[in-house]
Design a protein around this ligand. Structure first.
Ligand code: PEP
Ligand code: MG
Length: 324
């Protein structure tokens, strides 16, 4: 199988009915970067910057971050890297930060909420990203945005930082994209104006699913009850795809399900055109996409939903068996 994946590594991902899908990878440490050329990923769709904070025992200095992000961009050699700002707090506690005692950490003070309430670290990170880009294109993504206002505030921080860096004489990024993760159901129902304003959206399926079903993603016992191919969850995905299409907002999916072949092709059938996954999943996902007629699969999914199936999985699997 590994050899077959190697043989399709440079093949563009075009489904049997001619739909082009972009496959990108998730990363977080320098050690992940060599997988970019070897996996055939078109870029880094999610760079989890908190990992580099979590493996240390003291707060990194801004100059260290500049060096680090610069090396990441060097290693990507021109491919797009989506830097997600710190997603910490609650369960992902930095050893050098004062711990907070919260009854429901997953629903607590985390990610962008920390970034906006205590903007010091976020500002340092934004500065470091701009300096690391040093005239190259830069893409920044904010995690856990639950309402439009949080995005507006974060975006204002970016604009302020850009203005300050310019005053200080630093070279600004050639292009700047600023987007948000959609990982709480609330954001799917934000005003359409938000979809017009945001630079791009990436569905954080791990968290979106956790909050949609109110089932802890870390708790096997409850997590397994709810299928990603649940008809209601796919309806939510479809709704997000439609709302992005209305505004022309670029959309991707970067949760673990993007790396599971059956789930990935179903997401593509619902209209997702960019999937970000661990590098080892690119081969298997691409292999199935190349063989799949997304239009036909979509009809199967809609039919299952129309019949009132709770999950579309059995009908999808039966269709795959018949079309092998
Ligand atoms: C997600 O929630 O799906 C996601 C990609 O982010 P993380 O897994 O880091 O929370
Ligand atoms: Mg998440």
């Amino acid at each position: 199988a590994q050899e077959r994946y190697a043989s399709i590594r440079d093949t563009p991902t075009i489904t049997s009915d001619g739909k082009e899908i972009s496959l990108v990878m998730n990363a977080g440490l320098m050690a992940d970067l060599p997988s970019l050329p070897s996996s055939g990923a078109e870029g880094v769709g999610l760079f989890r910057t908190e990992l580099q904070f979590l493996v240390r025992n003291q707060m990194p200095k801004r100059s260290e971050l500049v060096a680090l992000y610069s090396r990441v961009l060097d290693a990507a050699s021109g491919k797009r890297v989506v830097f997600r700002t710190l997603d910490i707090g609650s369960d992902k506690v930095l050893p050098y930060m004062k711990p907070t005692d919260e009854p429901n950490p997953a629903l607590g003070w985390r990610a962008i909420r920390v970034g906006l309430d205590k903007p010091g670290i976020m500002r340092m990170q934004l500065q470091a990203l701009i300096r690391a880009a040093n005239g190259r294109p830069l893409t920044i993504m904010f995690p856990f945005v639950a309402q439009a206002e949080e995005y507006h505030q974060a975006r204002a921080e970016v604009d302020k930082t850009i203005a300050r860096e310019e005053r200080l004489g630093h070279v600004l990024p050639e292009t700047l994209e600023v987007g948000a993760m959609l990982e709480t159901p609330s954001l799917a129902f934000a005003p359409q104006k938000f979809f017009d304003e945001v630079g791009f959206l990436s569905i954080g399926g791990n968290d979106l699913k956790q909050f949609f079903f109110a089932a802890d993603r870390e708790n096997e016992r409850v997590r397994r009850r709810y299928d990603t191919l649940n008809a209601s969850f796919l309806s939510l995905i479809e709704r997000i795809v439609e709302r992005c299409a209305i505004s022309g907002t670029p959309l991707s999916f970067c949760g673990e399900d993007a790396g599971r072949p059956v789930e990935a092709v179903c997401l593509a059938a619902m209209g997702m055109r960019t999937l970000s996954m661990r590098p080892a999943s690119i081969g298997p996902v691409k292999s199935l996409l190349l063989r799949t007629n997304l239009d036909d699969l979509r009809k199967v999914i809609l039919d299952a939903r129309h019949r009132g199936e709770q999950t579309v999985r059995p009908m999808v699997m039966e269709w795959f068996r018949q079309n092998r």
